[in-house]
Design a protein around this ligand. Sequence first.
Ligand code: HEC
Length: 107
Amino acid sequence: MRTTWQLLFTALLVTSAAAQSGLEPAAQRGLTMARTLCARCHSIDKVSPSPLAIAPPFRTLHLKYPVENLEEAMAEGISTGHPTMPEFRFDPAQINDFMAFLKSLER
Ligand code: HEC
C-alpha cells in the first residue's frame, strides 16, 4: 500500500511540475543540455533561426530521420564529419532526456 501512495504522490508532483513548465521533467533536463551544449550553433526552439546558419535547427531534425536514430549516434558520439561541430558523447540517461526534449519540439 505504502508504495502505491508514494507512486501516486510522485505522479502528482510530476504532473504539476510539467504543467508549470509545459515540459515533462525529462524534456526539461534535455532542454537544459541543449541550451548549454548545442544552442550556440543550433536553434533549440520552435521558431528562431540557428545562430550558426549551417547548423540545422533542432526542430527540423525529425523531418530528415526519426529522432530515435539519433539515440545510437549520441551514445557512440555524434560526429557529423563537419569540423565546426565538436564530437559529443552522452550516457543513456542524458540521451533519454535529450530525446524527450527533441520530441517536445515536434508538437
Ligand atoms: C560549434 C557549433 C556546433 C555545436 C556546439 C553543435 N553543433 Fe550540431 N551541427 C553543427 C553544424 C555546423 C552542423 C551541420 C553539419 C553538416 O551539415 O555537415 C551540425 C549538425 C548536427 C546534426 C545533424 C546531423 C545530420 O546528419 O543531419 C545533429 C543531429 C546535431 N548537429 C546535433 C547536435 C547536438 C545534439 C549538439 C549539442 C550536444 C550539437 N549538435 C552542438 C554545429 C554544431
